[in-house]
Design a protein around this ligand. Sequence first.
Ligand code: F6R
Length: 367
Amino acid sequence: LLHEYEHYMLKEICDQPKALEDTLAGRLKPEGVQLPELEAVWTTEALKNLRKIDIVASGTSNHAGIIGKKAFEQLLGLPVEVTYSSEFIHEHAALDDRTLVILLSQSGETADTLSALREAKKWGCPTLAITNTAGSTISRKADSTLLTKAGPELAVASTKAYTSQIAAMLLLSVWMAQKLELGDVEKRQELLDALARLPRDVDSTLIMTQDAIDQFAQLIDDQEHLFLIGRGLDYVLALEGALKMQEVAYIHADAYAAGEMKHGTMALITPGVPVIALATQGHVFDKTVSNIKEVKARDAFVVGITRVGDDLLAEEADEVMYIPDTHPLLMPILAAIPLQLLAYYSGKVRGHDVDRPRNLAKSLTVE
Ligand code: F6R
């Protein structure tokens, strides 16, 4: 199964063009998104009834959920809340039959998320599972299921399931907007066109970043702290990048909303500390560049990740990695690739078991 790869994690990172292609296949049509598996439960009437969406998930799946939140908000104009499953079980805002609860789970077996599903059902909420595992418990118990088709994920750290979950939520948000006839058709089409290019863009991202990230991992192999900063979707992705570094490289990595550094975290920036600055979102690019200047002024070692063509970063950061330019909602999928690779190569250079990090299990069937 591993073929030419040294570890499952690397294989699964490199599998992402195919995982995304399979998740989009048969659903992304020239005339729009088709999700026949949801038609029976989700009639236009049922969708019109919704007032709120709650996305509930654990760990990396929760981070995918926060990206999904931005898509649902932008395309449907509905309020969306994202909660950790382990928190949702005990505390949540008002729930009723007009609140759609989306459960995101690669395995479809995570005990916390299964308990959250039971809680949602107790309140009469319609439920929709997005999972990578057909026939899993969460999929069987939810009212409806949308499958990601990433294929089996064997490394403990989730990679291809994460990017496939984001793609599935983008499909779902467009499909709902189509049925509700919401929003600007041209804007929706731009997103669909970008989704169609996504597997190729992910492939290019792998080619553009893999060697540079391998070298960077070696450069920071004696560092114990790492900061990831960004604004908007870049901040959400920073959360996921930090989790991967903690999990696989055992580095104390933290994500910060770039504009929040000056409200406290800047005190932690010491000379030479590595900072990964994500700057892939056009509307906040200039502000992120100002934040990079601030950490550079404290002599941090800054690696910028940005879109091809955004040359301004090269003047401010110590190193810049470029990734293809696409629709803003898809940038977190592309920018996830170098962060996954960094966790992998950092774990490897530090001699860790990258496929089976200490103290962790792939499927968490206890709360
Ligand atoms: C991190 C990771 C975990 C899982 C989490 C939820 O790389 O893999 O944080 O994302 O345990 O698992 P699922 O998605 O199977 O419910």
